[in-house]
Structure formats: structure tokens, C-alpha cells
Design a protein around this ligand. Structure first.
Ligand SMILES: Nc1nc2c(c(=O)[nH]1)N[C@@H](CNc1ccc(C(=O)N[C@@H](CCC(=O)N[C@@H](CCC(=O)N[C@@H](CCC(=O)O)C(=O)O)C(=O)O)C(=O)O)cc1)CN2
Ligand SMILES: [Zn+2]
Length: 749
């Protein structure tokens, strides 16, 4: 077989558009201000721009079907016919059925949304059962292939691979393992491949990132068998199996054994893949697609190091192509849109568009050595180091990560707070209304000044406090109106962080984030939240919860420096938060919540690496929160993941109260907590805030009854699953009324 793959490629590219055009179009379609045709025209234009960009950058193997209206896992589920009956029965158009699966409709809750490996991207979890009627539906990849072909660009359609699709799925009934349907789903992939071949597709990319995590021998055998079968097909494109996010371990030789034409390895997150490849090789006829440019972080590639690694791969396989380590979905679109960043930082950065150039350069260098490489970067500016912070960190002792005994704390806190049984509270944010976002946009545009902005935010805080008093909540929040995002807000205030203007990255569906960039030592220049919390507290006699984002989550949702261990960066952030906690306490704030929704997200995919991670993650949280007196109540909040695997770490955080997403999993987390003898306050979410649906009173009462059966009432808190920023006021008011009424009903017994 000839080496037709090409020399350079990317595993995927951002689909949101340089200015989040896709978000605006999809949300306009949902609001019925544009129709499906107009949505499709906008989408087609965005796709065309991506392909042209990649071609003009002289990338010679260009992916397609990396576009998505919501999520690429959902797209693949649809492509193999895994649409649950409960959505088919709605009788909606294909597009609206798709959005119903993604967002739910009144009658049907959405598919579950969960983290895509260790990233801040969220995918929709396919529901697979013994009766799922798999059937190929190649319309979307064919359409995109045809659109690109019309531009003269031959593309490589990308799908999630069959094994990963099933490993990411959940059973539609208890006790069933979706992986048991591997043979059946492979039949559907076979039909997809046949349809693509028929349309002239030369290469297809099937993503199998699930094999960068620990897998059983049976799951690895499944992978081998699936690709052996697909390879046997008489009419099919050549198959490129892409893996990413880490080392493949035993799955690597298994994959090498299969007759697929190309294998992709992440050599950034999984440097050990190289050694494993050396053990499996030499590869004859198979193309190795070497992931040498980091797709999950924003640092400029060390081109000389990448070329050196690429040269080693060249010694192990006949054909080598250069690629990104994973899809570029996880980085912002284009660095050239940033006009306000420090030039010394810009010189060190590379966003999606720049990473394409890096891939092309490394590919050229490996082919014929002609690439003109820019000079290597000098050492980082001395000003990025902060000797005081380093000295302070070096002097941290174990005692700085420890509070007094919980029993003493609980007594001191109850004496101070005098809360009723089953205290009611919320997780922090109230709706981020259009008016709030517009006010921030006006400040950026220079049409609203600082005092004018602060006045508007104070008015919002007052509104939120009055609403909570009226609803009868026990522990109030200020509502976070002044925060564009729970991480970016802190990144904008901490030294060592840079914020972008346009560096949007898709988090889920139409929701995007602008992760700040941690480039230097971290220092708190001034209190970050104290004025807002103190103002809110001045308005009410009830306790107001101070609201901070924890060190692990700040790291997880930022782009982090790679020149020192994550543990050190986390501790630097923790020291800044420790000072903030103390300042909140000094300002009279008796309850402080330090959110760690990303605690589970950064958990390494391999069990062998998990303990070390949890040790530093827990240590950083405790460093942030252990500087306060016994009478100050520390809360934490966790959401957006299954927490079963990190339950002992949650216990080790030693927070006085832990609020945790629970309503969609029917309070299962309470069993996990009970199993380890968790003995502090806990607030299992009783309202799923991910949809606009108002939970009926009896549903909240029922959830609370289940909770009271598992947790003694004196330790049980009543709260929603997460913050309310994505919700609107009507549903928030109605739902919180039910929440308060349900707590009252249970208190009365
Ligand atoms: N970083 C982070 N990761 C997280 C979460 C989170 O809260 N933060 N939550 C979980 C779920 N993920 C989420 C991610 C994003 C959003 C979200 O609501 N994002 C907003 C943007 C938030 C933001 O940055 N807002 C800015 C900018 C808003 C904006 O779009 N402004 C307009 C102008 C104003 C207007 O006319 O609306 C513009 O820039 O063009 C602000 O409020 O200042 C969105 O996509 O719409 C929610 C959940 C897990 N990961
Ligand atoms: Zn949350």
C-alpha cells in the first residue's frame, strides 16, 4: 500500500468559529429567531472556513465531520442509530430530535452530560441497551465530505470509534454492559464505512481515546476484534485509528496487530507510547501518526524537540505523519486575535491556528529537513518568578494544611450560626442575565465606567439578597453577578495569570469558556471577593456565604504552565485563596464555600497515577481553607462528574459541609459517602439545574426523604445540584420555593 495518508494533519479543529458564530446561530435557532435552513447555512460557512484555513496552511491531510451542532459523541451515536426510543417517539424532525437528546424537552430529560476524559469538554452519554437497533446513518459525514469536495478539498471523516463509543455509553437498564453490543455496533460501522467508500472517501479516522485509560484484557481483545473485522471489509476507506490523552499500554501492541492502515499516538500526554512502539515494531506498511504538537494546552511547541521525537518514530515505522496530540477542540482558535497580551507571553503561545503551522513545519523538517525554524525561545522573563511566593511555599508545614477537630468546629459554628435542622442554601450563582453581560460588555467598550458598573452589580446583589430572604433560605449568597466565569474572574485578578479577549473554548453545547493562562508564579495582588461579600452581608441579618473557586478547579479550567509540577502551581493558588479566606473571615463572613467541581476531572486516567494526584489536590484545598478559625464554616461544592472514585479524597478535603450534585443519579452518592463513614455536613443536590424544568414539590420532598434515610438530619443540607447562572429567574424562583417548602415539610416530620 502506498503512503497516501499525507505528512501532516490535525485530529480535529475548533468548530465554534472565531467569534462563537455557532453559539449565536444555534441559540437563535432554539429561540426560533432563525430557521433550520439559516442555521445550516451558517454552519456550512463555518465548516468551509475551517477546511480552507487548513488547506491554506498547507496541511496535507484534512479532517471533516469534526463539526458538530452540539457534541461529536452524540453525532456518532446518531450515525450508528443509537437514538433511544424515548426520543424517536417525540416525532420531531431529525434536527429537533438531536437537540431533544442534547437538551431535553418538557416530556423527556436529556441524555446525561459528562466530562470528556480529563478535559473541560462535556459529551452526551449514549444510552445503549440489549435492544438498541444499530443502523448506519452516514448522512452527516457524507454531507461534510461532499461540501469539502466541492471546495476541492479531499477530507478524512472523523467518527468516535466503536469500542470507545460503547465504553463511554451507559446501559439503558441496570446490569447491562453496553460493550456486549460490540459486534452489533461494528456491523453499523461496517455499513458506514461502505457508504463512505462509495462516496469516494479514501481515509476515515476512528477515535479510540478510551484506551488511554486502564482497560481489561476483554476490552483490549474487543478493540482488536473490532478492527480486525472492519479491516476485512471488501469496500472501505483506509482506516486511521486515533488515540490520545495518554499511554495505550497493552492496547498499543493489540492495535499494531490489527490490519488498520494508520495508528495515532499521543506523544505529548503519553511519552511512554514511544517505548511501547519500539517494542512492537518495526511497523511495515502502517502509518504512525505522531501526536507531537500539544492539542490540550496553549504553549508554543519546542519544534526541535518535536522533530527529534519525530525522527525516532521515523526509525520505527515506514510511514510517519505529524499531528496534534489530540483534537484542537480544547484550545482557542487564533492567537492573532489577541491584541492585549504581553508580547513576551504571546511569543510563547500557540492557539489552534498556530498549532497547524507547527504541525506543518515539523512535517516538513522530518520529510526533507528544509523547514525554516524560528529561533528557540530565550528563558522566561525574570519578572515571572516571585521569590517571595516561592519562599512562602517552601516554608509551608503540614500544620498549615490542618484544621482543629471537626467536633470542635461544628460546635463553634452552630453556636455562631444557629441554623435550623436541614438548612437551605444555594450553590452561589444566580441567573447571569443579559443585562449583566451587557453591562460588562459596555465596560469593555468604554461606554460604562467602573463606578457605574459597580453600582449595577450592587443593585443586582441587593435584588438577589431580597429574593432569598423572601424565599426563606437560611444561608444566603451574593449571586456572583460580577463574575464572567468562576475561574476567569480569579484569573483576571491574580498575578501570574493572563486573560484572553477572544480565547473561547467549547465546554458543552453552545456554552464556552475563556480559560486564563497561568504563566508565572501566582500572587494575590489584593482581596478579590471581599467587597462583594461584605456588601451582601451588610444587607441582611442572615449569614452570607463567601464564594471562592478552589485551587484544583482553577488549575483544571486554566491553561497551566508545564515548567513545574502541577502540585506547586496548585499550592501557589492555594496560598492566594488562603489569604482571601482570612480576609473574608475578618470582614465578618462566617461561611465560606470553596468550589472544587473539577476535583474528579484532573484525576489521571491510569489508576497507578491517581494517588499522587489526589494527595496534592487535597493538600492544596486544605492549604487554601485551613487558615480560618474553628467558628468559620468551610463549604465545598462538587458537580459534573461521578464522584464514586474520589470519595475518600472528598472526605479528606475536611470541609465542614460538602454540597454535591446528586439529583440525576437519584442520590446514589449518599451510599458512597455512607460506605466510607463520611461524618460531616452534606448537601446532596435535590434539583437538577441543568434543565429549565421546575421540580414539583413532591419530587423534592421525595429526594429529601431518601437523603434523610441516609444522612442524620443534623448533618443534612438542602440545596440545588449546582449554581443557577445558566437558568432564568421564573424557574429559579419557582424551584427554590419548592426546595424551601420541602425542607419545611421534612423538618415537621
Ligand atoms: N470555566 C468553567 N468551566 C466549567 C464551568 C464553569 O462555570 N466555568 N461549569 C461547568 C459547565 N461548563 C460551563 C461552561 C460555560 C458556561 C457559560 O455559561 N458560558 C457562557 C460564557 C460565560 C462568560 O464568559 N461570560 C462573559 C462574556 C459573555 C458574553 O458572551 N458577552 C458577549 C456580550 C454580552 C451580550 O450581549 O450577551 C460577548 O462577549 O460577545 C461575561 O459574562 O462577561 C456562555 O457560553 O455563554 C456554563 C457552564 C464545567 N466547566
Ligand atoms: Zn457546580
Amino acid at each position: 500500500m502506498t503512503n497516501s495518508f499525507g505528512r501532516s494533519t490535525v485530529l480535529g479543529y475548533p468548530r465554534i468559529g472565531a467569534n462563537r458564530e455557532l453559539k449565536r446561530a444555534v441559540e437563535a435557532y432554539w429561540a426560533a429567531t432563525i430557521d433550520a435552513d439559516e442555521l445550516d447555512r451558517t454552519a456550512a460557512a463555518l465548516r468551509a472556513r475551517v477546511w480552507q484555513t487548513l488547506r491554506d496552511a498547507r496541511l496535507d491531510a484534512i479532517p471533516s465531520n469534526t463539526f458538530s451542532y452540539y457534541d461529536h459523541v452524540l453525532d456518532t451515536a446518531v450515525a450508528v442509530g443509537a437514538v433511544p426510543d424515548r426520543f424517536r417517539r417525540l416525532g420531531l424532525s431529525e434536527l429537533d430530535t438531536y437537540f431533544a437528546m442534547a437538551r431535553g424537552v418538557d416530556a423527556e430529560p436529556a441524555l446525561e452530560l459528562t466530562k470528556w476524559f480529563a478535559t473541560n469538554y462535556h459529551y452526551l452519554v449514549p444510552e445503549i441497551g440489549p435492544d438498541t437497533a444499530f443502523a448506519a446513518n452516514p448522512a452527516k459525514p457524507l454531507q461534510e465530505y461532499a461540501e469539502a469536495s466541492a471546495l476541492g478539498i479531499a477530507t478524512r471523516p472523523v467518527l468516535v470509534g466503536p469500542a470507545t463509543l460503547l465504553l463511554l455509553a451507559k446501559p439503558d437498564r441496570p446490569g447491562f454492559d453496553p460493550f456486549d453490543r460490540l459486534d452489533d455496533v461494528v456491523d453499523a460501522y461496517a455499513d458506514l464505512l461502505a457508504a463512505l467508500a462509495e462516496a469516494g472517501v479514501a481515509w476515515v479516522q476512528l477515535d479510540e481515546p478510551a484506551y488511554a485509560a486502564d482497560r481489561t484484557a476483554a476490552q483490549i481483545d474487543g478493540l482488536r476484534a473490532a478492527y480486525a473485522r472492519l479491516a476485512e471489509l471488501a469496500h472501505r476507506p483506509r482506516v486511521f485509528v486515533a488515540t490520545y490523552f495518554g499511554e495505550l499500554g497493552d492496547a498499543l501492541p493489540a492495535l499494531v496487530d490489527t490490519p488498520v492502515e494508520a495508528i495515532g499516538l499521543d506523544l505529548v500526554a503519553g511519552p511512554g507510547n514511544l517505548r511501547r512502539l519500539a517494542g512492537a515494531g518495526p511497523l511495515r506498511g502502517t502509518t504512525v501518526v505522531a501526536g507531537l504538537v500539544d492539542g490540550h494546552n496553549v504553549w508554543r511547541t519546542d519544534l526541535r524537540a518535536a522533530i527529534a521525537t519525530g525522527a525516532i518514530v521515523t526509525g520505527l515505522a515506514d510511514h510517519v505523519a505529524v499531528s496534534t496530540s489530540c483534537s484542537l477542540l480544547h484550545v482557542p482558535v487564533d492567537l492573532s486575535a489577541e491584541t492585549r497580551l504581553d508580547p513576551q507571553l504571546v511569543a510563547r503561545l500557540s492557539f489552534a491556528r498556530q498549532k497547524v503551522d507547527e504541525v506543518v513545519l515539523v512535517g516538513q523538517a522530518l520529510r526533507d529537513g528544509t523547514a525554516q525554524l524560528p529561533p528557540p525561545l530565550p528563558d522566561p522573563p525574570a519578572a515571572w518568578r516571585d521569590e517571595q511566593v516561592r519562599a512562602r511555599l517552601a516554608a509551608v508545614t503540614p500544620a498549615d494544611r490542618r484544621r482543629g477537630p471537626y467536633a470542635d468546629r461544628a460546635a463553634a459554628q452552630q453556636a455562631r450560626l444557629r441554623l435550623p435542622a436541614l438548612p437551605t442554601t444555594t450553590i452561589g450563582s444566580f441567573p447571569q442575565t443579559a443585562a449583566l453581560r451587557k453591562a460588562r460588555a459596555a465596560v469593555r467598550a468604554g461606554t460604562l465606567d467602573g463606578p457605574g458598573y459597580a453600582g449595577r452589580m450592587r443593585a443586582e446583589v441587593e435584588h438577589v439578597i431580597r429574593l432569598q430572604e423572601d424565599l426563606g433560605l437560611d444561608v444566603l449568597v451574593h449571586g456572583e453577578p460580577e463574575r464572567n466565569d468562576m475561574v476567569q474572574y480569579f484569573g483576571e485578578q491574580l498575578a501570574g495569570f493572563a486573560a484572553t479577549e477572544h480565547g473561547w473554548v467549547q465546554s458543552y453545547g453552545t456554552r464556552c469558556v475563556r480559560p486564563p493562562i497561568i504563566y508565572g508564579d501566582v500572587r494575590r495582588a489584593a482581596p478579590m471577593t471581599v467587597e462583594w461579600a461584605a456588601f451582601a452581608q451588610s444587607l441582611t441579618a442572615r449569614p452570607v456565604k463567601g464564594m471562592l473557586t478552589g485551587p484544583v478547579t482553577i488549575l483544571a479550567w486554566s491553561f497551566v504552565r508545564t515548567d513545574q509540577p502541577l502540585a506547586d502551581t496548585a499550592d501557589q493558588v492555594a496560598l492566594a485563596l488562603r489569604d482571601e479566606c482570612r480576609d473574608l473571615e475578618a470582614a465578618g463572613i462566617a461561611v465560606i464555600q470553596v468550589d472544587e467541581p473539577a476535583l474528579r476531572e484532573l484525576l489521571p486516567l491510569r489508576a497507578a497515577e491517581q494517588k499522587a494526584y489526589l494527595d496534592w489536590a487535597v493538600g492544596a484545598f486544605r492549604l487554601a481553607t485551613s487558615g480560618v478559625a474553628d467558628g468559620t464554616q468551610i463549604h465545598t461544592h462538587l458537580c459534573y462528574s461521578e464522584f464514586g472514585d474520589v470519595i475518600t479524597a472528598i472526605d479528606a478535603l475536611d470541609a465542614d459541609v460538602t454540597s454535591i450534585e446528586a439529583s440525576r443519579s437519584k442520590m446514589e452518592v449518599l451510599d458512597d459517602l455512607a460506605a466510607i463513614g463520611f461524618g460531616r455536613g452534606v448537601g446532596p443536590g435535590v434539583w437538577d439545574i441543568h434543565s429549565p424544568r421546575v421540580p414539583p414539590l413532591d419530587e423534592v420532598v421525595e429526594a429529601l426523604r431518601r437523603a434523610v434515610a441516609a444522612v442524620p438530619a443534623r448533618r443534612l443540607w438542602v440545596n440545588p445540584d449546582c449554581g443557577l447562572k445558566t437558568r432564568a429567574y421564573p424557574e429559579v424562583e419557582a424551584s427554590l420555593r419548592h426546595l424551601v417548602a420541602a425542607a419545611a415539610e421534612i423538618r415537621e416530620g
